[in-house]
Structure formats: structure tokens, C-alpha cells
Ligand binder design. Structure first.
Ligand SMILES: NC(=O)c1ccc[n+]([C@@H]2O[C@H](COP(=O)([O-])OP(=O)(O)OC[C@H]3O[C@@H](n4cnc5c(N)ncnc54)[C@H](O)[C@@H]3O)[C@@H](O)[C@H]2O)c1
Length: 243
């Protein structure tokens, strides 16, 4: 309790899966949490005292400007941003088209980049802040999911670039690389015994990860406990990328 006391944190995609768990863990550690998501219905269910649901389409510059203005006027500052919102696809290279590429790149890549664009300068002005970007183990390995992999590779690359650009301003930027985590995004996989057995066989720890296991690692990187860590890459994958 209290590891994020006094901090104001924005979590994108905070209404479901990993994002919802990050919201819960940050709340337990006494942060003021802004759960920002495109799904307003789901947001209503998680909003409570010190957890504020706010509508955000991460691909919209107007939405980001409005969100940053609202958070600054309501809470005075932004200490933490977790760029977590994302979508997936299972299409193969032969099945993809430009529309597919654009959609994945726009939400997973450009959406997180806009978070950096609008939040990092606010943090830099205060000379402190922590940003955690959700990439994926697919950006480290040949796990497949091609357009998804490419979008998460972009997140990996610009996380390092942002760490360099903002390092002198006291803003830390780190990236995490979850393996297969049991959330609504991977429900189909969990329902297929064969696919699940295949993933488990390729994972040294022989099981899927749980959203709270990702949330706990992000909590550390977001907190002052990680005060000298920036530009880092942390796999949270049960050893998948170590094989
Ligand atoms: N689940 C996994 O196995 C896994 C593995 C590696 C990385 N990730 C990444 O972790 C993040 C969270 O994934 P999850 O499994 O919790 O997914 P999820 O589908 O449970 O949740 C994703 C959330 O993002 C929101 N969202 C989608 N598009 C948005 C937009 N344009 N603007 C704002 N919000 C939007 C959705 O409404 C939803 O609440 C994603 O970036 C995902 O790529 C997940």
C-alpha cells in the first residue's frame, strides 16, 4: 500500500484485461487513477472514488488534448502514463491488406506515440514523470501475428528513442513485452485446447500469464523504485523469449 501515493496516473485501455488490472493495482497503491478507454460502457463499471473513467480514442489528437487539459485542471499534474490500449489480429501475411496494416499501426503504434506527444512535454515541464509502453513478446520473437508484430515493433523502437529524447528532462520511458496473457484479447486461444497446449509447450513456465503479473511489473517501472531505469525492455513472458 502507498507505493504510488500522491501520483496521478493515466492508463489507456484501462477498461479491460491488463489495463483494468493496472488500474486496480495503482488504485491499491494509492494513486489517483485515470482509466482512459474508447469503451465508455465498460468504463462506467470500473469508475469509483480515486478511479476516474474518461473517454479516449488513442488515435485522436483532439481526444488526447482534451484528456490532458482535463487531468491537469482536475488533478494539477500527470506523473505516470501507461500506453496500454491495443488491438490484435491473427491474420497471416497472405491475408493482410493496407486497411489491416493501417488499423493495427494506428491504434497500437500511433496511439501510443500520441500519448508520448501530449503527455511527455507536460512531465518534462515538471522535470519528472514515468511512461510505460506495452509492446509484446511478438516484437522480440517470430511468434507471428504479422501486422500486430510490426505495430509492437514500432512501440519497442520509439520507446527507446523517447527515453533518449526525454532523459535529460527527468522523464523515464520504458517498454514491457508480455507473453500470452489470459485476457479478453486471448479468449479464443484459451478456448482452443490445441492452441493453448502449443503455447504452453513453447513457454518455459508452461502456462499463460495473468494480467496482475503484468500489472505488478508495470507498477514497479512506473514507481519511484525504478528511478534510474529508462529505455529498458522487460519481458513478462514466463521465459518465452529466452528460448
Ligand atoms: N493479452 C496478451 O496476451 C497480450 C500480450 C502482449 C501484449 N499485449 C498488449 O497489452 C495491451 C492490453 O491488452 P489486453 O489483452 O488487456 O486487451 P483487451 O482487449 O482486454 O483490452 C484492450 C483495451 O484497449 C481498449 N482500446 C482498444 N482500442 C482503443 C482505442 N482506439 N482507444 C482507446 N482504447 C482502446 C479496449 O476498449 C480495451 O479496453 C495491448 O496493447 C496488447 O497488445 C497483450
Amino acid at each position: 500500500m502507498g507505493r504510488l501515493k500522491g501520483k496521478v496516473a493515466i492508463i489507456t485501455g484501462g477498461a479491460s484485461g491488463i489495463g483494468e488490472k493496472i488500474v486496480q493495482r495503482f488504485h491499491e497503491e494509492n494513486a489517483i487513477v485515470i482509466a482512459a478507454d474508447i469503451n465508455e460502457q465498460a468504463l462506467k463499471q470500473i469508475s469509483k472514488e480515486q478511479v476516474h473513467g474518461k473517454k479516449l480514442d488513442v488515435t485522436s489528437e483532439e481526444d488526447w488534448k482534451r484528456l490532458v487539459d482535463e487531468v491537469k485542471s482536475e488533478f494539477g499534474k500527470i506523473d505516470i502514463l501507461v500506453n496500454n490500449a491495443g488491438i490484435s489480429t491473427e491474420k497471416t501475411i497472405e491475408q493482410i491488406d493496407y486497411h489491416e496494416w493501417e488499423k493495427l499501426s494506428k491504434i497500437n503504434g500511433f496511439g501510443a506515440l500520441l500519448g508520448l506527444k501530449y503527455v511527455a512535454p507536460e512531465m518534462a515541464a515538471a522535470n519528472k514523470g514515468s511512461i510505460v509502453n506495452l509492446s509484446s513478446v511478438t516484437a522480440l520473437t517470430g511468434m507471428g501475428l504479422n501486422t500486430y508484430t510490426a505495430s509492437k515493433g514500432a512501440v519497442r523502437a520509439f520507446s527507446k528513442a523517447a527515453a533518449v529524447e526525454f532523459g535529460g528532462s527527468g522523464v523515464r520511458v520504458n517498454a514491457v513485452f508480455p507473453g500470452v496473457i489470459a485476457t479478453p484479447m486471448t479468449e479464443g486461444l484459451e478456448e482452443s485446447g490445441e492452441a493453448l497446449a502449443r503455447i504452453n509447450a513453447m513457454t518455459p513456465m508452461q502456462r499463460l500469464g495473468q494480467p496482475e503479473e503484468v500489472a505488478n511489473a508495470i507498477l514497479f517501472l512506473a514507481s519511484d523504485e525504478a528511478s534510474y531505469i529508462t529505455g529498458a525492455e522487460l519481458a513478462i513472458d514466463g521465459g518465452y523469449s529466452a528460448l
